[in-house]
Design a protein around this ligand. Structure first.
Ligand SMILES: [Zn+2]
Ligand SMILES: [Zn+2]
Length: 310
């Protein structure tokens, strides 16, 4: 286990793990069955995707259970090199365990003709310190490889967030922005690094020479003792009950999300209480008291009406 990736928290008795590995898994269905037994025995909760191309997971469990899981995975030659990002936690951050088999271990919308094998074609991996250094250079374009609602909560300073629905649209986006990107050093980043494995490969495949990816993603960048999340603005969106986690522990830390009612800085997402909507929104405590946690009066009225009908 790489201790520099662990967030210190003295009293925490749980851990949240984030990990992936692009490696050939011959029989994903059989491996899923085997993996389910392991996770059940350890009492883990979370989300794991298994495919012929590898594994992608995020789980929570007690310190003992998660450490046992890491040891078991590292004993398998296929996953011996797999890096685990570890956060301390007071409890589980998932309601249940879900293990599925899919063609893509992270949904990028690529198919047999557009897919990238990151073991063959990918951008140059930069450590957090190298990534920070590279961001300071001239002629650099920083591309956020995540969805727009993730970038809304937090992103790297000066990063651009391509408005693409899925990765298949990236080549078009690159061509449309060719003027802006020509001759530039292109840096990509995502949450834990998995999406950039293919994104940076895809950009290289479009003929760009200098393409770099943030190894281990934002999560590793925030845990790095040297850069300490420097120049990441806002929180990092995560796909569990925490929604957002702190990244930047330097004086450059700031909040970039704002209350949709009054505009004050508000770092925490909430879900609109109207179940038919459930949209993730920023509402400050004062406005929550006044308007409730609703994205609009339509949602508020809908909720009130259904309450009245019992
Ligand atoms: Zn407000
Ligand atoms: Zn709503």
């Amino acid at each position: 286990m790489k201790s520099e990736l662990t967030s210190p928290a003295d009293s925490a008795t749980f851990q949240v793990l984030l990990y992936y590995r692009y490696v050939r898994i011959d029989n994903p269905e059989a491996y899923m069955t085997e993996h389910r037994i392991l996770c059940r025995e350890l009492g883990l909760r979370g989300r794991i995707i298994i495919g012929e191309e590898g594994i992608n997971g995020t789980v929570s469990g007690t310190n003992e259970a998660t450490n046992a899981y890491i040891a078991t995975m590292h004993a398998d030659p296929r996953f011996a090199e797999m890096e685990f990002k570890i956060d301390a936690s007071d409890d589980h951050v998932f309601p249940k365990m879900s293990i599925k088999v899919r063609d893509e271990i992270v949904r990028l919308g690529l198919d047999a003709t557009t897919d990238i094998d990151p073991n063959r074609l990918t951008g140059k991996r930069l450590s957090p310190a190298q990534f920070y250094q590279k961001m300071q250079e001239e002629e650099v374009v920083i591309i956020d490889g995540r969805n727009d609602y993730e970038a809304e909560l937090g992103k790297f300073k000066n990063a651009i967030c391509p408005t693409v629905e899925n990765f298949r649209e990236f080549p078009d986006w690159l061509r449309e922005n060719a003027e802006k990107l020509k001759g530039k050093k292109i840096l990509t980043y995502c949450t834990g690094g998995i999406r950039c494995e293919k994104l940076s490969g895809l950009i290289k495949g479009e003929g760009f020479d200098e393409v770099y990816q943030l190894d281990g993603g934002i999560v590793k960048y925030g845990k790095d003792p040297e850069v300490q999340g420097r120049d990441f603005e806002g929180l990092c969106y995560v796909f569990d009950e925490r929604v957002g986690v702190e990244v930047n522990r330097t004086e450059t830390r700031k909040v970039i999300s704002h209350c949709r009612y009054c505009g004050v800085e508000e770092p925490h997402y909430g879900n609109c209480k109207w179940p038919d909507c459930n949209e993730q929104i920023f509402v400050c405590p004062d406005c929550r008291a006044e308007h409730g946690l609703f994205c609009s009066s339509a949602c508020k009225d809908g909720f009130a009406k259904r309450e009245a009908e019992g």
